[in-house]
Design a protein around this ligand. Structure first.
Ligand SMILES: [Zn+2]
Ligand SMILES: [Zn+2]
Length: 150
């Protein structure tokens, strides 16, 4: 008598009930995990908002007390970008800063012509058209071609 033949005699109703029982227990386990996930997320929000320089007590309380995890979702939508640190003085700076607020060292490259912040990858200043490599101002913008009559 092989195991396969033995399995075949189990009625189909028993199979259906077994699958339903399996899913039921699996869902029950999942539901049991939700409070644990909730607590872990709140712990994450506490530490994450603290290291981002946000009002971490306020955000933790919002995450706990706004029902249906809306506080948690709001946190992930509204959280500040990760802070950086000044290479000169080590002070905390935000990603959008052009100068360090503590020691005034420039944190980004600047256009030599107009003095506005530019990105390393840009070949020309988007504000005045100066080439970031040569510092020479770009060619005068050419007017768009007149529309041709049909
Ligand atoms: Zn600094
Ligand atoms: Zn410029």
């Amino acid at each position: 008598m092989s195991l396969r033949k033995e399995i075949r005699i189990i009625p189909i109703v028993a199979w259906v009930l077994a699958v339903l029982a399996y899913i039921g227990v699996a869902l029950g386990l999942f539901a049991a995990a939700i409070p644990a996930i909730y607590i872990l997320l709140i712990g994450y929000i506490y530490s994450d908002s603290k290291r981002r320089g946000m009002r971490h007590i306020l955000w933790t309380l919002l995450a706990i007390f706004i029902p249906n995890a809306i506080g948690i979702i709001l946190y992930f939508v509204l959280r500040d970008p990760m802070p950086c640190f000044c290479p000169n003085c080590g002070g905390r700076i935000k990603g959008t800063f052009t100068f360090c607020p503590q020691c005034a060292v420039p944190l980004r490259p600047m256009c030599s012509q107009c003095g506005r912040a530019i990105e390393h990858t840009w070949s020309h200043c988007p504000h005045c058209g100066t080439s970031t490599a040569t510092g020479k101002s770009g060619a005068a913008p050419t007017p768009p071609a007149a529309p041709q009559p049909l």
